[in-house]
Write a protein of this length. Structure first.
Length: 268
């Protein structure tokens, strides 16, 4: 359970995140673009562009599971997008939301020179660490939940227009219940780990791009025919992410020293 002092720190950090134009833009614009605008544009293209004679469409449709081989070109392509490309876009939301939040409040204490005041409070070092991570994870959870709700509307509209069954399947359940929460935690604890080894908030935030690369490869692989991304593969990916979370969480707790923030101010 969090103490009243920790709740007060969480509220302070939330206000500081929301007052940052970069953080606010990332938490609003990135989810809207990734889970609403881009899927809607793909849906419009699938519905309006004649796909039957498109080059390579039959090769792409061959990637469909055997029980869906009866789908026409529009249905098959939208199914592949919903289960290969759109999950990648969606998974960027919890990762980016927690990473930008952590970057803002951990590095922000140093940039605003407010760490001295924080160290004078009754909060212990581990309480500060716990409260800041709780703020990042709470904000990331809310952003991810709203994003999934918006994506569900877009995908459901596509399913209805194309006469398909509801998109939610075992793979999406693993993404929602296991992989997304794992990435929320990973984005936050990785930023704490990275910030101790970089010289600025922007530089530490840029390192998240390297973290996203394995997930990019995971969802590109099916188009190469190497393997199919199914619920089992996603379960393995989630297990790896949670193991990394555990390791980084323990490491960050042991090495988190607010006194490190008392060095020279970070460059803008």
């Amino acid at each position: 359970m969090l103490t009243l002092a920790e709740h007060a720190l969480i509220r302070k950090d939330f206000l500081e995140i929301w007052s940052s134009k970069m953080a606010r833009a990332t938490l609003i614009a990135v989810p809207i673009g990734l889970v609403v605008v881009v899927p809607a544009l793909f849906l419009a293209a699938v519905c309006l562009v004649p796909l039957e004679q498109a080059a390579g469409i039959q090769e792409m449709l061959s990637l469909l599971p055997s029980h869906l081989q009866h789908y026409n070109a529009q249905q098959g392509l939208f199914y592949l997008l919903t289960n290969t490309l759109f999950p990648l876009f969606f998974l960027m939301v919890p990762l980016m939301a927690s990473a930008v939040s952590a970057s803002c409040i951990f590095a922000g204490e140093k940039e605003r020179s407010t760490i001295e005041t924080l160290l004078l409070t009754p909060l212990r070092v581990r309480q500060i660490f716990r409260a800041k991570l709780a703020c990042c994870l709470s904000l990331s959870f809310v952003t991810t939940a709203i994003s999934f709700g918006a994506f569900t509307i877009v995908a459901s509209v596509g399913d209805i227009m194309l006469g398909m069954s509801f998109f939610l399947n075992w793979s999406w359940l693993v993404i929602i219940l296991l992989l997304s929460p794992g990435l929320m935690v990973f984005g936050a604890v990785f930023m704490v780990f990275a910030f101790n080894r970089t010289s600025s908030r922007i530089e530490s935030f840029q390192t998240v791009a390297y973290v996203a690369l394995p997930f990019l490869l995971l969802y590109i692989a099916p188009f190469t025919g190497l393997f199919r991304v199914n619920a089992t593969v996603l379960l393995l990916a989630a297990a790896v992410v949670w193991l990394c979370d555990l390791f980084l969480w323990i490491y960050d707790r042991r090495t988190f020293l607010p006194e490190k923030f008392l060095n020279a101010p970070l460059e803008d």
